[in-house]
Design a protein around this ligand. Structure first.
Ligand code: SAH
Ligand code: MG
Length: 194
């Protein structure tokens, strides 16, 4: 895949849950306006959001983690086709096995929706004092805010976990979070105590 359009088409045909267009636009805008340079992404999928973020400007460096080997391989190939190998490093592993010493300006959580609190708690030590943690899919197709009954047990579990995560962010004493109804729902969390 050599164009953004092709990545979007592939994702839609193969049910890869890449960021929605207005969501990724919001994120790229944020990166541009706040001069974000070092990014950690949890959940690469096929590299779509990492490629979009890296294209914002040439000083951006992204580390991104993906545990699914097929998606990892596709991401590596896509990143190569965009000549972004020097800007995006993909790690093939479960994010819970990965440790960093360095700090990032922005941490983007976009992996297993049931694990968001754990990702947040694990990686906040890798966030710069003026950095942000961005979380995707907080609306989960509108289900999080709706009181409609959900028939799938799996989806019901995800929605419950996302509601817990939102509550965790709302009551967090270390971080203040702004919630945006953009794309599939985005949270932007900043330290309030540093
Ligand atoms: N950020 C991507 C979409 C990511 S989809 C984009 O917008 O283009 C979520 C991805 O997270 C999936 O590919 C899934 O395999 C991966 N994932 C889920 N849990 C993970 C974990 N614990 N560690 C690493 N990757 C994980
Ligand atoms: Mg997402």
């Amino acid at each position: 895949m050599v164009s953004i359009r092709q990545l979007e088409e592939y994702a839609s045909e193969h049910n890869v849950p890449i960021m929605l267009k207005d969501g990724i636009e919001f994120l790229c805008d944020y990166i541009k306006k706040n001069n974000v340079k070092n990014i950690l992404e949890i959940g690469t999928a096929i590299g779509y959001s990492a490629i979009k973020m890296a294209l914002v400007n040439k000083d951006i460096k992204i580390t991104t983690i993906e545990r699914d080997v097929e998606r990892y391989n596709l991401a590596i190939e896509n990143i190569k086709n965009f000549n972004l190998e020097k800007h995006i490093m993909v790690i093939l592993d479960d994010a819970f096995n990965v440790e960093f010493k360095k700090k990032f300006d922005l941490i983007f959580i976009d992996a297993a929706k049931s694990q968001y609190i754990k990702f947040f708690e694990k990686f906040k030590v890798n966030l710069n004092n003026n950095g942000v943690i961005v979380s995707d899919n907080l609306d989960f197709h509108g289900l999080v805010k709706s009181n409609k009954e959900i028939s799938s047990r799996n989806v019901r579990g995800i929605v419950r976990k996302l509601r817990n995560y939102i509550e965790f962010l709302e009551n967090n004493e270390e971080f203040k979070t702004e919630f945006y109804s953009i794309g599939d729902g985005i949270g932007v969390s900043k330290w309030q105590s540093k």
